[in-house]
Design a protein around this ligand. Structure first.
Ligand SMILES: [Zn+2]
Length: 314
């Protein structure tokens, strides 16, 4: 009797748990054109529930399989991406393209490779993946309370040289373009010339404020790379690295203009050797409403001003 009760109770827990996970899927598939999807993740921080997939991914469904743009933060993140894909297609993932080296762009590669996918990336991206792998796995392991060895870093075994590559995958023409350092050095963009759609990876953040990191990138370089990307491709639609699919105008307003604002306001203060804390307080108070209303602005804006100041001091 007791045993039965325990069994029923645990079944109840499982039913509740699966109801909860069904009610709040981590990634929302958004169709942007025929066969093209954004998989939109949460705008907040990494946690065990989102498995580090607090980002936006892309998918191109071809008759020969899916081209996946970025693979999630480890096996758990890769599984969440695959679950989201299963709601829109039966095609397996045949190709994974990495647009960047941040954890959620590539630490799910091994999971998809084990299921037959070919991993594709530019040499400049792979170089940064490999330099960052240990630190990224350590930091995810700490956040999720699991061993760092449970992550399996796998970079493209045959990275593509140069700043640009043209590929034909499943009959679809796909370009991989590097416009300079973005959120990370080595960030790249997947460009579909026929559809004029860019999967911009971490070069573009919308709906939420971008984060300036101490990772070898610089705010002024990112600002320039964004300008080059926008002027060169002039995409009709962008699937950003964070946030929902957007126009170039929205990407300009929420990524390009914010980076330009940081450069314009912080650089003279740093070069003038103004006091750091005074500068952060002054510019935080003077931040335009258009940037302040972005998600995460309260956690990131002061840090971004601070980080940019230190970069301009170098
Ligand atoms: Zn990211």
């Amino acid at each position: 009797m007791f045993k039965l009760f325990v069994k029923a109770a645990s079944l109840g827990v499982i039913a509740l748990w699966s109801f909860a996970t069904q009610a709040a899927p981590v990634l929302e598939p958004v169709k942007v054109a025929e066969g093209l999807y954004a998989l939109v993740g949460p705008l907040g921080q990494r946690d065990a529930a989102n498995a580090g997939d607090n980002a936006t991914f892309g998918a191109v469904v071809t008759p020969e399989g899916v081209i996946l743009i970025d693979s999630g933060a480890g096996d758990a993140g890769a599984k969440r991406i695959d679950e989201a894909l299963r709601t829109v297609t039966n095609q397996p993932v045949r190709w994974v393209i990495n647009t960047g080296s941040q954890d959620h762009r590539w630490l799910g590669n091994a999971w998809f490779a084990a299921r037959g996918a070919r991993i594709i990336a530019l040499q400049s991206t792979v170089k940064v993946e490999q330099a960052q792998a240990a630190q990224e796995m350590q930091s995810l392991a700490m956040q999720f309370g699991q061993g760092a060895e449970t992550f399996r870093p796998l970079s493209s075994p045959a990275p593509l040289p140069g700043d640009q590559a043209s590929l034909r995958l499943g009959g679809v023409e796909v370009e991989l373009r590097h416009f300079g350092t973005g959120h990370f050095p080595g960030d790249a963009v997947v460009w579909l010339p026929a559809q004029r759609i860019a999967f911009a990876g971490d070069l573009v953040f919308v709906d939420r404020m971008l984060g300036v990191l101490d990772n070898g990138s610089r705010v002024d370089q990112w600002a320039r790379s964004f300008q080059t990307f926008a002027a060169t491709l002039k995409p009709d639609l962008i699937v950003p690295g964070h946030g929902r699919p957007c126009t170039l105008a929205q990407a300009q307003a929420q990524t390009g203009d914010y980076l330009d604002w940081l450069v314009r306001e912080v650089k003279p203060a740093a070069e003038n050797m103004d006091d750091l804390e005074t500068t952060v307080n002054r510019l935080d108070a003077a931040t335009p409403e258009a940037f302040r209303k972005l998600a995460n602005a309260d956690q990131l804006n002061r840090k971004n001003i601070n980080r940019a100041f230190l970069e301009f001091q170098l």
